[in-house]
Design a protein around this ligand. Sequence first.
Ligand code: AMP
Ligand code: MG
Ligand code: MG
Length: 320
Amino acid sequence: MAGAVSNPSLILRVMSASVAVANRAGSIIRDIMKAGDLGVVHKDLAKTDPQTEADRKAQKCIVWSLRRRFSGITVIGEEEESEKEQVPEDLLEMGDFADVLKAQCPDKYKDVKLEDVVVWVDPVDGTKEYTQGLYDHVTVLIGIAVNGTAVAGVIHQPYYNYQAGPDAPQAVNPSSSCIGRTMWGMLELGAFGYEHKENPKRVITTTRSHGTKEVQDAIDAMKPDEVLRVGGAGHKVLLLLEGRATAYIFASKGCKKWDTCAPEALLHAVGGKLTDVHGNTYIYHKDVKHMNTGGVIAAYRNHQFFLSQVPKAVKDVLPS
Ligand code: AMP
Ligand code: MG
Ligand code: MG
């Protein structure tokens, strides 16, 4: 490959494969919407946590492709897996992304071994919004943790720019080059694929569908100029990366490791910070509990300010 480093490190190879596979997952997500049968099932009795055929098929594509390519790698996806299922070869994506392979791997990560790596996959973040036609809120998240730290990640937004063309979302041409975008990042290397604009206002982004009294109390204490209630952890961190929001506040349990691993890696790669309400960074070992019980406080800058504003009564009900 022109310009590629002759022997890229394992972590760059996993990242390169993750970008390619996230792009493929994005076309799967668009194709299923275009075909019109979402195959919705509910993962909870209250019917607040839907799963669609896009979640199922995109996850298979991502986890099976990465496992085929990196034999023995630990990949943890949001959706339940069936051991009996055969892997259809046409669902495997074995491509690479040249920009990643060309990157200079930071010294600290040059010798990362397969057994140090856990990949956290949210095949569709913002499923509820996907079913409701809020396409901008949907992302594919692939987070790469090394010895428990979120080190690298990919955020793919399959419907980015979908309103730019003459087509309605359902008519989006999956092969159109202007639909969708992929952001990737790594600690000590930076994050790529988007533009950041400084925002002079204090804009807080938060959940649109999992709000609680504590979430609202935390936001009120921060005296925001504006509150953006949108779906998806990936989408909210994207708003921080672009400067459309200054902090992401979710003082409640509900987010899982696959929601935060990739977004956290990109945010930390550009000097931002994502922690629980007590200021603890999340850990991403393979045996860690999936639920982020301490909530999410994330900011592009001045994380300490937002953290310091969380009321004690809110912290008291959220175990770390
Ligand atoms: P939200 O900000 O509400 O879109 O949530 C971000 C991510 O966390 C999504 O993947 C949600 O499904 C998940 N999440 C947050 N709160 C809950 C909850 N109470 N129940 C189930 N999933 C949740
Ligand atoms: Mg999610
Ligand atoms: Mg999901």
